[in-house]
Design a protein around this ligand. Structure first.
Ligand SMILES: Cc1cc2nc3c(=O)[nH]c(=O)nc-3n(C[C@H](O)[C@H](O)[C@H](O)COP(=O)(O)OP(=O)(O)OC[C@H]3O[C@@H](n4cnc5c(N)ncnc54)[C@H](O)[C@@H]3O)c2cc1C
Length: 331
């Protein structure tokens, strides 16, 4: 799979980089460990309004992501989601990247738009958990209907755990397991959970933690719980949804041979190129003197990096600068 540009990260800066690449006639691929695009905006605050995006007095975070995605679609970038970039090989005038889904991608330019690193779930330390992941254990719910009529154990005491417990209780048998008897969610959500418990529509199991799994070939049959004194409890379960938050980790990017400063990638200003020619870093992951970690800053960084990369992508050809109003977009 050969591209002109590979973009690591589908947050706002990765999505806008795909648009900029397209404007300059480059074919791009975008890789993200999440199964959805949008980076922090989608994973951490999709419902919040943002007030400092130029020309939008107020825009809901997920709406901004949707618009960035739609803008990039004019150039049909190829998405590789639910997979992490785990290795980068510098082959001289091109780079080879490998992903955790065993894809190998090649390009002359790499744009690292990785924020604070790959998003991943906080996984509970349960023996053989990986055998059940994707079959009976899920860290994200994308289509709740697939869980209809199932016995579902939801673990966690925050907003995600309780919001999904309320939603799934309409179509399935839901138990919520939390290590304390106090929840950390919006007061209205907690009240609703207690109402559903009183109406026997949800089972609450507090002061217990996940301890072990029982099942066969990745198909769960029971979740075993334990309290602090080691007392055990067994819940019949088809599905386990652990909601213990997300982690972010630069992980494999730290091994690419880049200059790293305090978990950020050092770039030269104003081209945003790293110490390796042909690899650029933009958005939250990039650092230079005076860096402002804002979405609007990342847009300008993407534009500058890709304009600078042009001659490498097109074998030394000089860039003839054009405004988008002059160039237009062919649909
Ligand atoms: C609560 C909150 C409110 C905010 N409000 C504002 C605001 O009002 N205005 C503003 O300008 N900014 C705001 N921000 C900051 C803004 O969200 C970030 O600046 C922006 O998301 C950075 O975008 P990015 O694309 O650089 O990185 P991210 O959004 O972090 O996206 C990076 C993506 O890269 C992926 N990734 C990383 N490493 C790999 C890998 N090895 N393989 C595959 N994928 C990888 C990650 O999974 C992630 O999806 C806010 C942030 C938070 C948390």
């Amino acid at each position: 799979m050969q591209f002109d540009v590979i973009i690591i990260g589908a947050g706002p800066s990765g999505l806008f980089s795909a648009f900029q690449a397209g404007m300059l006639g480059m074919r791009s691929a975008i890789i993200d460990s999440l199964e959805v695009v949008g980076g922090q905006c989608s994973a951490l605050y999709p419902e919040k309004p943002i007030y400092d995006i130029p020309a939008y007095p107020k825009i809901i975070s997920q709406d901004l992501v949707d618009k960035l995605y739609q803008q990039a679609e004019a150039f049909s970038p190829k998405y590789f989601l639910s997979q992490q970039v785990i290795a980068l090989e510098n082959c001289g005038d091109f780079f080879k990247l490998q992903t955790s889904a065993k894809n190998t991608l090649q390009a002359k330019i790499v744009i690292i738009a990785a924020g604070a690193g790959s998003f991943g779930p906080n996984r509970p330390p349960l023996k053989d958990i990986e055998l059940y992941e994707g079959k009976s254990i899920f860290y994200l719910v994308t289509n709740r209907e697939v869980f209809a009529d199932k016995n579902i154990v939801i673990a966690g005491g925050g907003d995600s755990a309780l919001d999904w417990a309320i939603s799934l209780s309409e179509i399935a048998n839901v138990s919520v397991v939390h290590r304390r008897n106090k929840f950390r969610a919006a007061p209205a959500t907690i009240q609703k959970i207690h109402e559903l418990e009183s109406a026997h529509k949800i089972k609450l199991v507090t002061n217990y933690q996940l301890d072990a799994l029982t099942g066969k070939n990745g198909i769960l049959s029971e979740v075993i719980l334990a309290d602090l004194d080691g007392n055990k409890k067994t819940l019949i379960a088809d599905i386990l949804l652990p909601f213990f938050g997300l982690t972010q980790n630069l992980g494999p990017i730290l091994d690419f041979g880049l200059n790293i400063s305090n978990h950020h990638i050092k770039v030269n200003y104003p081209y945003f190129e790293t110490n390796i020619k042909g690899i650029y870093a933009v958005g939250d992951t990039a650092t230079y003197e005076g860096k402002l970690k804002l979405i609007l800053t990342s847009f300008a960084e993407s534009a500058s990096a890709l304009h600078h990369a042009y001659s490498r992508v097109f074998d030394g050809k000089a860039l003839h600068f054009e405004y988008s109003t002059t160039k237009g977009i062919k649909n």
